[in-house]
Each structure stands twice: as C-alpha cells, then as structure tokens.
Design a protein around this ligand. Structure first.
Ligand code: BTN
Length: 262
C-alpha cells in the first residue's frame, strides 16, 4: 500500500481510553470518504470505523455541492456510527458533531470556534470546516441503520482563491502556526467520543447554542432558486432545528441555507 503522510501511529498514540475509533484506515486518495464508508456500512462494518483520505477527487458537500479536497492541506475523514436511537433523533448527529469538532479545533488552535447552523465551523468569522452526515435507513421498519459522519477541515496554511478568501480560512492561517493534522484528527475523535453519548438526551444542545454565530442575529434564508427572505434567528428546538422569527411569526427551519452578514 502507498505510504501516507498522515501517520496512523501518531494518531493512535493520542487517542483517549475507550475511544469511539475502533478501526482506523488512512489512504492516499478516495473519491469520497463518505461514499466509501457508506459502502462499508452497507456491507456490515461495525460502529467506530474511521476512514481518512489525504485527498478526495469527488468530495461531497451539503445540498449536492462538491467539497474541494486537495492533498496535503486538509483533513477529510468519515466515521461510521450505529446509534441505537429513534429515527427522528438522527438529525441531532450533525449538531452534536459540530459541537465536538468546534471544541477540538478550539483546543488545537486556542481560538474560540463557532458553529454556523447547521454544519459549518468558523474561526474569526470565516469557515474552516464543513460536516456532512448521511444516514442509512431501513425503510420497511422505519429504523436507523447507520450514520456516516463526514468532516472536512482546512488545516494547513494556504492561500484561497479571491472568491473564497473573504469567507473561508484554515486553522493554520488563523492561529499562524503549523498545525499537525494527526493532533487535530485525534482531538476530533476524542471530542466525538466525549459528546456522542449525549445524542440520546440532547444535552449537547446548550453547547451548540453557546457556540452559535446565528442566535439573536438577522439572517437571510436562501431558497434553491436564488431567492431569499430576511428573518431573525431566535433559538433551536430540541432536535437542533433552527427557530426563526419572520414578520412577528415564529417558524422552524429543518435544513437549508442561511447566511449572516458579520
Ligand atoms: C459542507 O461544507 O457542505 C460539508 C462538507 C463535508 C466534507 C467532508 S470531507 C470528508 C467527507 N467526505 C465527503 O465526501 N464529504 C465529507
């Protein structure tokens, strides 16, 4: 197998006891770690399989977008979870993961990390990380079979193209230091190990609110066709859905695209 620059032994040395990570695979390149781990899940792989690619040729983002995944500068990882929870609680996985990843990035960078509902992590008001959780459902029994949690983090110091430089950054750019990917990967897994058990009682939600960039702010809610409306982000419900206020009425947003002007 071709040697990778991300060192598996270094990650394993930094993992805490009773880690969520039971099997760790690091590969040079995949089309998408989420697609690959979904395939493993469909073939019966157990909870705790973690796959990391040094580059992705077809990294997937939310809402059918692609996720730019060049070699050497990022972390592209997917984790297989098989939570024994009711199907309607599966939506909590993205918010819980956002809390864990924000905490991990903050520990490593020493910069307060914020969450932009529902899946982006921000440092200094710019995006450093996106999360994509994809579920496998047993339709006949209405049961959750598995969730693949995909995490993409910009890590190395890098230049962004002009159209992205105002909205995207990397952990290394913000803390102005070399960030070891192994250390950040291990911290992400350690923080996920800590927060994952809260998926049942939802106790991660207060942390999600504390780290939110949206709450109390005027936001734009975007439709797929490019149109938008303005509202105020007022709260989250206990599933992590966003409660907005528009023309004096409260509404619940289940997913979608919102933006905020800093
Ligand atoms: C987003 O910002 O819209 C979510 C991006 C999620 C990217 C990660 S990288 C690892 C995993 N594999 C994928 O194909 N996507 C996720």
């Amino acid at each position: 197998m071709e040697e990778t620059t991300i060192r598996k032994e270094q990650i394993e040395q930094l993992l805490g006891e009773a880690s969520l990570c039971k099997e760790l695979y690091i590969v040079k390149e995949l089309d998408s770690t989420n697609r690959y781990v979904k395939e493993l899940a469909e073939n019966g792989a157990p909870e705790g399989v973690v796959v990391i690619a040094e580059a992705q040729s077809r990294g997937r983002g939310r809402l059918g977008r692609s996720f730019f995944s060049p070699e050497g500068t990022g972390i592209y990882m997917s984790i297989l979870l098989r939570p024994e929870i009711e199907l309607q609680k599966a939506v909590r996985l993205t918010s819980m993961t956002a809390v864990a990843v924000a905490e991990a990035i903050e520990h490593v960078s020493k910069i307060p990390a914020q969450i932009k509902w529902v899946n982006d992590i921000f440092l200094n008001k710019k995006k450093v990380c996106g999360i994509l959780a994809e579920a496998g459902i047993d339709a006949s029994e209405q049961k959750l079979k598995y969730v693949v949690v995909g995490i993409g983090i910009n890590v190395g110091r890098m230049e962004f193209p002009e159209e992205l430089s105002g909205i995207a950054t990397s952990v290394g750019n913000e803390c102005e230091q070399e960030v070891k990917r192994e250390a950040l990967i291990a911290e992400v897994i350690n923080c996920l190990t800590k927060w994952y058990p809260t998926i049942e009682d939802g106790s991660f939600l207060s942390e999600s609110k504390r780290r939110s960039v949206l709450l109390g702010k005027e936001i734009r809610v975007h439709h797929q066709d490019g149109s938008f409306y303005e509202a105020v982000a007022v709260d989250f419900d206990d599933m992590g859905h966003l409660i907005i206020e528009k023309d004096g009425q409260k509404e619940l947003l289940h997913s979608g695209e919102v933006s905020i002007r800093f």
